[in-house]
Design a protein around this ligand. Structure first.
Ligand code: 5GP
Ligand code: ZN
Length: 168
């Protein structure tokens, strides 16, 4: 793609109805699914991989160099909705892509992040797996480092039973 970064960003903002609220938080106002439009070729992307079921492209607001989004071509909002074959496709493709990220960027690690629902800040409601490489000298990735504090073991055991019961 031969668009300059400035043109790409202004096109992206226009297409997304992107605005920044007074509090400085980003709001994405979209009627239709942005990622379905990318799959259909109606919106450009920096594509790095494609197969029958999957498309992968670089994130336009990268958390780190090489930040990649891997999506199913068929629309599904989240992990509750996605078809098993599409889920498998995304993750099998991610295995190939993560190898290419390793070969290209030599990261010290790659975080895989996938959000389900507005409550955990999912912004684009089309299933996507983030592949976020981190270089030796890059700043820490906050979502991959937290303090380990032992939980209430009895409560954990009770909850495990309850969730497992729902799994049949
Ligand atoms: P979420 O919070 O939903 O997991 O993340 C959505 C991601 O999609 C964000 O990291 C955002 O930068 C990215 N994104 C949103 N719109 C576009 C787009 O049009 N193109 C690309 N490449 N990434 C996008
Ligand atoms: Zn979609």
């Amino acid at each position: 793609m031969s668009l300059s970064p400035e043109t790409f960003i202004s096109l992206w903002k226009e297409l997304h109805g992107f605005k920044v609220s007074e509090s400085g938080e980003k709001e994405v106002l979209m009627e239709d699914c942005i990622f379905c439009k990318i799959v259909a070729g109606q919106i450009p992307c920096f594509k790095i991989y494609e197969d029958q079921k999957v498309l992968a492209f670089l994130d336009i607001n990268p958390v780190s160099e090489g930040h990649t989004l891997v999506i199913p071509k068929a629309h599904a909002e989240n992990l509750w909705e996605i078809r098993e074959e599409d889920l498998a496709g995304v993750h099998v493709a991610s295995k190939k892509i993560i190898r290419a990220l390793k070969d290209t960027l030599n990261p010290s690690g790659v975080a895989c992040l996938q959000l389900n629902g507005r409550g955990v800040n999912q912004v684009v409601m089309h299933y996507h797996l983030h592949l976020i490489p981190r270089g030796e000298k890059s700043p820490p990735l906050p979502m991959s480092s937290w303090d380990l504090k032992p939980g209430d073991q009895e409560a954990i055991a009770r909850l495990a039973e309850k969730i497992a019961a729902g799994l049949g």
